[in-house]
Design a protein around this ligand. Structure first.
Ligand code: ADP
Length: 404
């Protein structure tokens, strides 16, 4: 079956066309095309690549994710992907499923309305996917089944003691407040891929997975299931990120609103868009730029990188305690996959728990999959470049087969 996967970030749209079946194991799917629309909302950059390696590239004004979707579908049409033997289904990643959506769900008008109604739960996160879903619906020449796959799903089975906040029960129930967790597709991919690389059964592995990109989160995985994760009710909780603060004293938003004379929406925007690596460094949210600036002696950049690594290290300690030890830790995401320097800082001084990095293996591993721990390390350290798209494609097929 040929499946189009659309994955929207805040200013990006990635797409993949795969040929696979429900039973295809990770890594055995056939990628027919993929591409990226970057810098949506500004002068966008489009880069699409077909199976034969032909590249289509252009810069254009891309006002929103709807327009980005239109560009993708026009390109797919011109390459014959929309013919009757072409794409048979579309899978969309949706960040927040709220309390209503856990399992992948066939998209109908009422599903779109329900996701729309969750806007106040995730104001900054679901809008791009909604625009892409609507645009796909409008632009396709023939109706194709579409499925929404939620980034919260993998964490939905977290035990109550990690899923709840220490708040009065009635508010939690009234407003569906809980620690939903995000990046579920990425954590699921790392866990499944680790099990298959090491020839282990997924339901027997105990892991810590780290998705370190612009958004960052960790997960504690016990017997293949997420039992805790660092993001919560929204993706703002937990680790320090590119522009998000992560954990802060809960009193700070009120304090800032009062002292700065702004409303809480404004503070929310600051915490989401102006904090994290960007806020601390005063320079950039991009880890590459910060590492370069640090090497040139920029102290604020150095502090930002140090805080980032320290907070990840603290999370590892917490999850080792929660899990009672883990057999491996996995790095994914743009930083986790590509930065030996940051991985090294995070793993420094962790010999006490059996975690020892092999410097050469670490340095050699950028954007590739493999083990970076030393042979003497009793806890494995791995890099696994995350492929969320393949999980979305597989879940799309499974959902459609169930509802057929
Ligand atoms: P998103 O969460 O938006 O998908 P990515 O997973 O693409 O983000 O990660 C983006 C982050 O990865 C940026 O901070 C970028 O600087 C960082 N990154 C990418 N390549 C490298 C590298 N070689 N060294 C350090 N950081 C890198």
């Amino acid at each position: 079956m040929k499946v189009l996967v659309i994955n929207c970030g805040s200013s990006t749209l990635k797409f993949h066309v795969f040929e696979l079946e429900e039973t295809t194991t990770l890594g055995h799917e056939k990628a027919l095309a993929y591409g990226l629309v970057d810098r949506i909302g500004r002068r966008g950059e489009v880069r699409f690549i077909s199976e034969g390696g032909q590249v289509y590239q252009m810069n254009d004004e891309i006002v929103d994710h709807g327009m980005a979707t239109q560009r993708v579908i026009e390109w797919l049409r011109s390459h014959g992907f929309l013919k009757s033997d072409g794409i048979q289904a579309v899978g969309h990643r949706v960040v927040h499923g709220g309390h209503q959506f856990i399992e992948p769900t066939t998209i109908t008008n009422s599903v779109i309305e329900a996701i729309e109604a969750m806007k106040d739960l995730a104001p900054l996160h679901n809008e791009p996917s909604l625009k892409a879903i609507r645009a796909t619906h409008l632009i396709l020449d023939r109706p194709l089944p579409m499925v929404a796959v939620f980034d919260t799903a993998f964490h939905s089975g977290m035990p109550e003691h990690s899923a709840r906040y220490a708040l009065p029960r009635e508010w939690e129930e009234k407003h569906h407040i809980r620690r939903y967790g995000f990046h579920g597709l990425a954590h699921q991919y790392m866990a499944e891929r680790y099990a298959s690389m090491e020839n282990k059964e997924l339901d027997k592995v105990k892991l810590i997975t780290l998705q370190l990109g612009n958004g960052c989160s960790g997960a504690a995985i016990d017997r293949g299931r997420s039992v805790d994760t660092s993001m919560g009710f929204t993706p703002l909780e937990g680790l320090m990120m590119g522009t998000r603060s992560g954990d802060i004293d809960p009193h700070l938003p009120i304090f800032l609103a009062q002292r700065e004379g702004v409303d809480l929406e404004q503070v929310d925007l600051w915490l989401n868009k102006k904090s994290g690596l960007l806020g601390v460094s005063g320079l950039s949210s991009d880890m590459r730029e910060l590492l370069e600036a640090e090497a040139l002696g920029n102290e604020r950049a150095a502090l930002a990188v140090e805080m980032f690594s320290y907070r990840v290290k603290k999370l590892i300690g917490a999850y080792l305690a929660a899990l009672g030890g883990a057999e491996a830790m996995i790095f994914g995401g743009g930083i986790g996959e590509n930065s030996p320097a940051v991985r090294n800082r995070i793993c420094q001084g962790m010999r006490w728990c059996g975690m020892v990095m092999d410097e050469d293996r670490n340095k050699a591993m950028a954007g590739k999959e493999g083990k970076i721990s030393a042979d003497e390390s009793t806890m494995g350290i791995y890099v696994i470049p995350v492929n969320e798209a393949i999980i979305i494609a597989r879940e799309t097929i499974t959902c459609l087969q169930k509802t057929r």
